[in-house]
Design a protein around this ligand. Structure first.
Ligand code: DSN
Length: 434
């Protein structure tokens, strides 16, 4: 391990970190929202910047001693803007949910109508779920995918938008395997006079690499996490989309003067919804954005998609129902109903074989979110370790073996040996010692 001081001072915590590192090293990690950050990113996160309070923005802090962290935050913002071609960014949100909270605080008043992507069809908790602040404080309505295709139908979304007349439309998903037509969403938003917000948390890396449609020219505001396909530290960001600050003019000034959206969004992050920014994480974001600006990042993202397509094809060949018939991005959603399995049984059986996935609702699911009829599978993490379509096809075969007899613990033990042999060909970090 990289740090032996922790071992001496607190062996209890040290040993658990070692065990988790070992678990990551010897499991096939297929959670679509996870990835492996580089050692440089982790080094920045474990730095002295964790000691620093820096409420405010570079050059306008409420604390002294910010001369170095100011430069770090400027670098993070500049690299992020360059990566997505944006002219404004905020890198302080502690998470995607925090970034989204700032968007609501800026564009919506409590009780205003939101039209969001239904969580049970692949949307996200913070897009109006009744158990989340977004569904508690705002009047949330939903669009979803079509039963026959598993895809969004823009005509149906237009009808829904006209029926609801929302103040804001949200786009973005945690389990939607297809690309999104932002131009069509823009037309709909304009027809009903709504703000358009894209939460690209899952697909940000693919969008940065220009392998998926770009939401920025069409949306008013774009949020993301930084730890999924973007492969940075755990955190959130906000970007200004198209230059519409003056054209819609719907944001009521909360002080005596009219403020631009970017200023309102900055204020909605701090002091609106957060206190001190996590400067060590912002430094790690800067490092990750620097990595994402390199040409290798684009080749990595291409492989992420190729590997997801290889998995979708192999699942289909083996008789599984892949929602929407395939994938355009980093994830595959498998509907297990024709295999007489639930997501919960599949997640447990695969977990016993050291293949990590998450159970997931499929569109028009008849099971509860605790059971579900599907599993969500993503390729970003194992692609980071260097695996390609052959390995991903082989992983599907191992998964099929386990799922064909989910109670068979001997079979799971055999698969663990295959998983370990595969993982050892693609080591996680060179400091793994166990
Ligand atoms: N919980 C994340 C995911 O797994 O997709 C989204 O926030």
């Amino acid at each position: 391990m990289i740090n032996n001081r922790l071992n001496i001072q607190d062996p209890e915590v040290f040993n658990l970190i070692e065990k988790e590192t070992e678990r990551q090293n010897h499991n096939v990690e297929l959670i679509a929202s996870e990835n492996f950050a580089s050692k440089a990113v982790m080094e920045a996160m474990g730095s002295t910047l964790t000691n620093k309070y820096a409420e405010g923005l570079p050059g306008k802090r409420y604390y002294g001693g910010c001369k170095f962290v100011d430069v770090v935050e400027d670098i993070a913002r500049d690299r992020l803007k360059q990566l997505f071609g944006a002219d404004w960014a905020n890198v302080q949100p502690h998470s995607g949910a925090q970034a989204n909270a700032a968007v609501y605080l800026t564009f919506m008043n409590p009780g205003d109508k939101l039209l969001g992507f239904d969580l049970s069809h692949g949307g996200h908790l913070t897009h109006g779920s009744p158990v989340n602040f977004s569904g508690i404080l705002y009047d949330a309505h939903f669009y979803g995918v079509e039963k026959e295709t598993g895809k969004l139908d823009m005509n149906r979304i237009r009808e829904k938008a006209k029926e609801v007349n929302p103040k804001m439309i949200s786009i973005g998903a945690s389990a939607y395997p297809r690309d999104i037509d932002y131009e069509a969403f823009r037309e709909i938003a304009d027809e009903v006079g709504a703000f358009l917000w894209m939460d690209m948390a899952h697909t940000a890396g693919l969008i940065a690499a220009k392998l998926l449609n770009d939401p920025l020219p069409w949306c008013d505001v774009v949020t993301s996490t930084t730890h999924k396909t973007l492969r940075g530290p755990r955190g959130g960001i906000i970007l200004k989309g198209r230059d519409s600050e003056n054209s819609l003019g719907k944001v009521a000034p909360k002080s005596g003067r009219v403020k631009m959206w970017s200023e309102l969004l900055d204020g909605a992050v701090f002091p609106g919804t957060q206190g001190g920014p996590l400067m060590h994480v912002i430094a790690a974001k800067a490092v990750a954005f620097g990595e994402a600006l390199r040409p290798e990042f684009v080749s990595y993202q291409k492989k992420v998609i190729d590997n997801a397509k290889a998995m979708a094809n192999r699942f289909t060949e083996l008789g599984y129902k892949v929602v929407s018939g395939g994938t355009d991005n980093h994830l595959v959603l498998v509907d297990l109903r024709n295999k007489n399995l639930t997501g919960k049984i599949a997640e447990n059986a695969l977990g016993n074989a050291e293949i990590t996935v998450n159970k997931n609702m499929v569109p028009f699911d008849t099971q509860s979110p605790f059971v579900t009829s599907g599993i969500r599978i993503g390729t970003p993490a194992m692609t980071t370790r260097g695996m390609g379509p052959d390995e991903f096809g082989y992983i599907v075969e191992l998964m099929d073996k386990v799922l064909s007899k989910p109670e068979d613990t001997d079979l799971q033990e055999q698969v663990i040996r295959d998983v370990k042999a595969l993982c050892e060909r693609f080591p996680l970090y060179d400091f793994v010692t166990i």
